[in-house]
Design a protein around this ligand. Sequence first.
Ligand SMILES: [Mn+2]
Length: 275
Amino acid sequence: MSTYFIGDVHGCYKNLRTMLDRIRFDPNVDTLHLTGDLIARGPSSLEVLRLVYNFHSSAHLVLGNHELHLLKTYFGMDHKNHKDYFNEILNAPDLEELMYWLRHQPLLYIDEDKKIIMTHAGINPNWNICAAKKYAQEIEEILVSDCPYLIFKNIYKDVSTDSHQIQINKKKLEQVQEYINVFTRMRYVYLNGQLDFKYKGAPKNAPKNIYPWFSLKKMIDPTYNIIFGHWAALKNIQVPSGIYGLDSGCCWGGALTLLRWENKEIISIPCTPPA
Ligand SMILES: [Mn+2]
């Protein structure tokens, strides 16, 4: 009976299968936690979604920016990007079932017994656990509501909000957008907790006034461990103890990384670079 955490799979179904075979994953006794971005970039997003979906309660995932992009596309609010291999999903006979399942997945996963927090990108250093739960819940409530598309009106600030059509006020939507950015896109933050999206390089060359979110003193109770994905470029950069960045750039020919919680064993399998 093992508890596994795995980084961003990004449609690399074969690599995921290789990993699950290697650890002899048994959904009847083991649990698999995924840091989000199961899809896009790699060739087999639909297979990855179906596999995880069929694990039912043995799998726990948090939504990444690419799941939100897929949902946004599904709701007709984004252009399909052929590189994301979304067409196969959007034309699948089980599309409705998969999208219903996906929009009922959380942005934040917490295991109180093991003291583990998992999100796709991380936790804003200025948030305590109550704030993080409240903000995730606000996003999740809209996603499972009758008008989940509202959340995408503002997403990435590229669609103007029509205040006549929405039941949630514009200010609220903007706040929710900020929370989404923290949970799914954050890398660098200013000391006041504001996010920076301009710089995407390695921490050693970062401008002096921004910091990797995990390097700052956090409001979150330090007894919690934090597990995240999203930041493949981190590679061998040291993160503080109790924080685990599991995205190792599987879809770019890096590796797929898994953590077995019980003994903190890290297992990496090399992945083939895209053709
Ligand atoms: Mn991501």
